[in-house]
Design a binder for this molecule. Structure first.
Ligand code: PRT
Ligand code: ZN
Length: 283
């Protein structure tokens, strides 16, 4: 049995539970529970506050956990990052009032900065040889300058809407963050083997999300040209259509090259292009 710590409620909860479900791990009655055991995979799930997860994993109360890199690096616990998960993306940024004529980090010399991430901010300031006082507050950091508590803030940003609504502008990025899976050092061979199984599934789910299955009809005299545009896992599948002189071509395309290739396929004479999501991809 492997014990995993995930956020009890908050921004990482839904995606964490969803990821486990997409890995085929049955989790029943997760709402309002502190722990649950999967019925079809040797995994026990603990639901905790995100701030506590690095410590619980380091101490071995849980064997693995899902947590934001921002929390992980702030806490400085000795755990191993085993996989980036691609959700919970945000950045820890410095923001100042719109009226602050900011030219660079040196402008924060002697200033007061409000943040919930004192360790990360402190090390960023010292890397840049800036002396400033840090005011640690645990929530609603963005209101600190408005009420005269600080001159600047260092807070998590995703869309930037919260900063904007509070008359602040983002001026420096301290850290780009996303949710990661962490593990305690020294897993037993049995635990490591469950983790390997889980990571295998997570990677298949992640890969599939970035990839689309494409089906199209191609005139046979254009087949060579069309096949050259499609990368495929090995090479595309080509099946004859009932209508003579035409074939059906199946392949996979990654998200980044998707639109470019679709344009080229159309130009090369492809018709009836269907694009289908892939649930899992094992290569
Ligand atoms: O109760 P618990 O302690 O578990 O949760 P929490 O309240 O401490 O954390 P929670 O649920 O708010 O966030 C959990 C994790 O989600 C964070 O540690 C980040 O890794 C990640 N994450 C991703 C974010 C954001 N995006 C985010 N935008 N965490 C917080 N925010 C906040 C930010 O602090 C600011 O108040 O959202 C606001 C800004 O959003 P925008 O879109 O207006 O810029
Ligand atoms: Zn928290």
């Amino acid at each position: 049995m492997l014990r995993i710590a995930v956020q009890k409620s908050g921004r990482l909860y839904e995606d964490s539970v969803q990821l486990l479900k997409e890995c085929g791990i049955d989790l029943r009655n997760v709402k309002d529970r502190l722990r649950t055991v999967s019925e079809n995979f040797p995994l026990e799930v603990f639901f905790l506050r995100d701030d506590d997860i690095p410590e619980y994993v380091e101490d071995g109360v849980a064997d693995i956990g899902i947590v934001g890199q921002n929390v992980l690096l702030e806490k400085g616990r000795k755990v191993i990052t085993v996989e980036s998960l691609g959700f919970g993306k945000c950045r820890l940024s410095i923001a100042v009032p719109k009226t602050f004529d900011y030219t660079g980090i040196k402008d924060l010399e002697g200033k007061r900065i409000a943040t919930s991430y004192p360790a990360l901010v402190k090390s960023y300031l010292s890397d840049n040889q800036v002396n400033a006082s840090i005011h640690e507050i645990s929530g609603s950091v963005e209101i600190a300058p408005g009420i005269g508590l600080s001159d600047a803030v260092a807070d998590l940003v995703s869309s930037g809407g919260t900063l904007f609504m509070n008359g602040l502008k983002e001026v420096d990025i301290i850290l780009e963050s996303q949710a990661v899976m962490v593990a305690k050092p020294g897993l037993t061979p049995a635990q490591q083997s469950i983790l390997d199984k889980l990571l295998f599934r997570i990677r298949a789910v992640k890969k599939a999300k970035k990839t689309k299955y494409v089906l199209l009809n191609a005139p046979n005299d254009q087949l060579e040209k069309i096949i050259a545009i499609l990368p495929g896992m090995r090479s595309p599948t080509v099946l004859p259509l009932a209508q003579s002189g035409w074939s059906s071509v199946h392949s996979v395309l990654s998200e980044d090259e998707f639109w470019d290739r679709i344009e080229r396929l159309k130009d090369a004479g492809a018709e009836g292009i269907l694009v289908v999501p892939i649930e899992k991809m094992i290569i």
